[in-house]
Design a binder for this molecule. Structure first.
Ligand SMILES: [Zn+2]
Length: 283
């Protein structure tokens, strides 16, 4: 859910950070590079989500398993603490574990030191408990700020996923902020643009049919050469059978399209770090 203040803030941040678009991503000119991501927060994002989150998790994991599809799971640290067996299962299934803060806080609503402490806590929990080095981040409420960029760079994150307005072709980009980085830390963060998520299923501002068509519209051949992410919440999908059916249909459609290549966020970041000719630090 994004408030008007978050939108204004995001536009301001977008105008003040340095960006470099990388053009065609790892999937190449003839394919769509798609990152399927799940915001895995269970009841720590919405206290009413406990039961739908349990159901949703089980169904999403098995649908992905059936189709051999690996996704990027942006996990809340508290989920790792209270439902460690589910995180272990995701790791066993080959999914990427990424970060959605420790306690599902919105970066635009806390001070920089609290933000640092919260994300650092998630980082060390996943390292110590699961041996996972978190590299990717997706922000609750999709909120981001210059402070957040600095915190992520200092904590060793390599990429984030954030909503981007529709443009003439979605592209991954490198973002930087003159105030951050330095000899020890990375100076640039890879931005994987999100084309949207399943929030409309929850708030009901679009019909399921409109949502289905919206997702299908992202996967038309005209989008080849683009790299972007599309997000889901297990607890939203677990609320109704119809929601999960839409997700299943989506996964089936993605699997059936030869020109759609599903990537994890980490794979996109590795490509940008190794193979892209444009990875020199932004000045
Ligand atoms: Zn969330």
């Amino acid at each position: 859910m994004t408030g008007i203040l978050d939108k204004i803030r995001r536009e301001w941040v977008r105008a003040t950070v340095l960006r470099r678009f990388l053009g065609t991503g790892p999937a190449g000119r003839d394919s769509i590079g798609l990152v399927v991501y799940l915001d895995y927060e269970r009841e720590f994002g919405n206290t009413a989500a406990k039961e739908p989150a349990r159901r949703g998790f089980e169904s999403v994991v098995s649908i992905l398993h059936e189709h051999g599809m690996r996704a990027t799971w942006n996990c809340v640290g508290l989920v790792g603490l209270h439902y460690p067996e589910t995180v272990e299962r995701l790791i066993e299934e080959g999914h990427e574990i990424a970060c959605h803060t420790h306690s599902h806080i919105s970066p635009s609503r806390v001070c920089k030191s609290d933000l640092h402490a919260d994300i650092a806590e998630a980082k060390s929990l996943f390292k110590e408990r699961f041996g996972v080095d978190l590299r990717g981040f997706h922000s609750p409420s999709d909120a981001w700020s210059r402070d957040l960029i600095g915190v992520l760079l200092r904590l060793g994150f390599e990429y984030d996923i954030a909503y981007e307005r529709q443009g003439p072709g979605r592209s991954i980009s490198l973002i930087s902020d003159r105030r951050h980085g330095g000899p020890k830390g990375r100076r640039v963060l890879l931005r994987v643009p999100s084309a949207g998520d399943d929030w409309s299923l929850f708030c009901g501002d679009r019909t399921p049919e409109e949502i289905r068509n919206g997702w299908a519209g992202l996967l038309t051949p005209g989008h080849r050469g683009e790299t972007f992410a599309l997000g889901f919440h297990p607890w939203i999908l677990g609320m109704r059978e119809g929601h999960m059916r839409l997700f299943r249909d989506f996964v089936e459609k993605v699997s059936s399209l030869g020109y759609v290549r599903v990537l994890t966020g980490r794979e996109v970041a590795e490509w940008a770090g190794n193979d892209s000719p444009d990875t020199t630090d932004l000045k």
